[in-house]
Design a protein around this ligand. Sequence first.
Ligand SMILES: Nc1nc2c(ncn2[C@@H]2O[C@H](COP(=O)(O)OP(=O)(O)OP(=O)(O)O)[C@@H](O)[C@H]2O)c(=O)[nH]1
Ligand SMILES: [Mg+2]
Length: 310
Amino acid sequence: MERGSLDLRSERPKRSLWQKIVDLALTDARTLDGGIDEISVEELERVLLESDFGVEGTMELVAELERAAERGRAGSESDLRSLLGDRIRSMLERNGSDAVELERPADGPGIALILGVNGTGKTTTAGKLAWRFVQQGEKVLLAATDTFRAGAQEQLRQWAERVGADYVGGDEGGDPAAVAFDAVEAALGRGVDRLLVDTAGRLHTQRNLMEELKKIDRVIGRLQPGAPQERILVVDATSGQNVLSQAAEFGDALDLTGLVVAKFDSSARAGTIVSVARELALPVRYLGTGERQEDLELFRSDRYLAKIFA
Ligand SMILES: Nc1nc2c(ncn2[C@@H]2O[C@H](COP(=O)(O)OP(=O)(O)OP(=O)(O)O)[C@@H](O)[C@H]2O)c(=O)[nH]1
Ligand SMILES: [Mg+2]
């Protein structure tokens, strides 16, 4: 196959990732009697990298395709679907946990710390999670520990009001750990089922802010042993492979328990989730799919696969 024909194809109106893979791999597998042409391999790599599968993930998938093609087992679309589907599923399920809600112990409130870099969607996610648990009949308390940024507390307070959750905040410029303290006391005193602790956005290079995060975590644990049960890193789906470094950096400070991939609706690429699941020992717990309270999905690898192959 010549490069020219590929270029022409890529000028066609938008084809899905799956259609691109099928076009590339199947044309060769049929005309070359089994194998996949070198040019197509390069194109496949490009397509997968552009879809954010990451270098290693891409190599793994292409190698799998090449092996199958050589053995004549990649000759139909359904061959490709089961071949790549199995491999991607095993990447997605590497961390073993699919469709797992935030933990809530039987004998006290489930406490979750919501953290991440600036602007990823933490506060929105806290609000959506609150709505989700309120819908499930739970009593939810939202705590705003971002005492620094003007408007941050008000944003969470409005979410609390909108979704029917309780709210605890603090004085502007006050100690975030003191808000966390008050929130846990309130949660225990009022017998709430869930406490969701929103935190200010920060970068790992801001050492004082990372220390502040650890202090919030310690304060919660001191009042309620074993808590927080969840430390959820919220990442922006459009930040691609940067998600990996964010997880490593926050993971150095605290034992993370999972990810929320927010803004999944805004031009996220199919491979991001797959490479994140493949590279990190962290499960993706929810996807943020919009700005409204109901735009949060429990992550399920089977549904995700179905989307990739659509
Ligand atoms: N389309 C879309 N927008 C989202 C989603 N989640 C959050 N947003 C938007 O992203 C912007 C930032 O969201 P916030 O929740 O304020 O982000 P944050 O991480 O709390 O920001 P800081 O507290 O400043 O670090 C807002 O405009 C949200 O409406 C999502 O899943 N989809
Ligand atoms: Mg916020």
